[in-house]
Design a protein around this ligand. Structure first.
Ligand SMILES: [Zn+2]
Length: 316
């Protein structure tokens, strides 16, 4: 994971043994810009589960980079991996590997920020953009330029490329179903947030939630036999109280940018530092300081294209 970031973004990531983490197994790393030799920021990694730790995986920013106060970023990556037995190596599942790369993508967004104001630093971007750098960074997990550096058996044999191709092919399984059920839930979320008080008053006692949902799904072409929305209103807790508030669509929105960028990076030859510099300067460094669709269009040289996402999901 560090190898991919060091090569692509021209960085060095080294342990700072002299700095103590907040638990004994939390490690502190310093990230340096190789071109200028300047220190960029610090990364803390807290990867192992423990009884007092919340479940899941996430990135936090402790110090947001900003030129205003001359502050350099300090970010944390947290996972819940099982610690190794004494003297043993840690082995990760593919899901865990992808989570590791995902959270590190958020960390890079925080670390490579170069903005004036802390308000716009790193991952302080709109919800439908924030998962783009993290989902994009997952591309290195199975990429031929990276996987040969870490995916080895006990004898040091690298994972066969035919097996990697099979894993990638298997990831397309069931994508028609899961894309439709996810989009249907997103459409219901959006539909509810278009409803006005006047709309409800007009309907009065005749208002029917199932009819409302079905109309919204039919309007979007998503009223499909045998594929129910992932959530229906009566148990769709997070759209009202959980902070999504018309933002449940954001995962696939960001994934369009992610897949479109992966295609571009592969056209540039994969782990190519020139491509990394462009992505770093035009996307990651800018945080939320400019309109992100303008930034994306400038970076890509055209508007986003949905085709790479459809190809990834086997839906073309
Ligand atoms: Zn994320």
């Amino acid at each position: 994971m560090f190898y991919a970031a060091e090569t692509f973004y021209n960085l060095r990531i080294e342990p700072r043994e002299d700095l103590v983490g907040f638990t004994p197994d939390t490690q502190v790393w310093e990230v340096t810009d190789l071109a200028s030799g300047a220190g960029i920021g610090l990364l803390l990694t807290d990867y192992y589960t423990r009884p007092t730790k919340r479940g899941g995986a996430w990135m936090n920013s402790i110090i947001d980079q900003n030129h205003l106060l001359g502050q350099q970023p300090i970010v944390i990556n947290v996972l819940n991996l099982n610690p190794p037995a004494a003297g043993e190596e840690v082995y990760l599942t593919l899901d865990e590997v992808e989570t590791l790369f995902h959270e590190f993508g958020h960390a890079l967004h925080g670390l490579l920020s170069a903005v004036q104001y802390p308000l716009f630093s790193g991952t302080n971007v709109p919800r439908d953009f924030v998962e783009f750098p993290s989902q994009f960074n997952e591309m290195w997990a199975l990429h031929p330029d990276t996987i040969t550096h870490y995916a080895k058996d006990d004898h040091g044999n690298v994972i066969p490329s035919e097996l990697v191709e099979k894993i990638k092919a298997a990831q397309k399984f069931g994508q028609g179903f899961s894309t439709v059920e996810y989009l249907a839930a997103s459409i219901i979320d959006l539909a509810w947030h278009y409803v006005t008080v006047e709309d409800l008053q007009k309907l009065g006692d005749n208002f029917s939630i199932p009819d409302f949902e079905n109309q919204a799904l039919a309007d979007a072409g998503l009223l499909v036999d045998n594929i129910a929305p992932r959530y229906r209103t009566s148990y769709y807790q997070h759209i009202f109280a959980g902070g999504y508030s018309a933002g449940y669509y954001s995962y696939i929105w960001a994934e369009v940018l992610d897949a479109d960028t992966v295609e571009w990076v592969n056209e540039q030859g994969g782990l190519n530092p020139a491509a990394g510099a462009r992505l770093r300067d035009m996307i990651l460094a800018r945080g939320g300081s400019i309109n992100y669709m303008d930034a994306y269009q400038e970076f890509r040289g055209r508007k986003k294209d949905i085709t790479p996402l459809l190809e990834r999901r086997g839906l073309v």
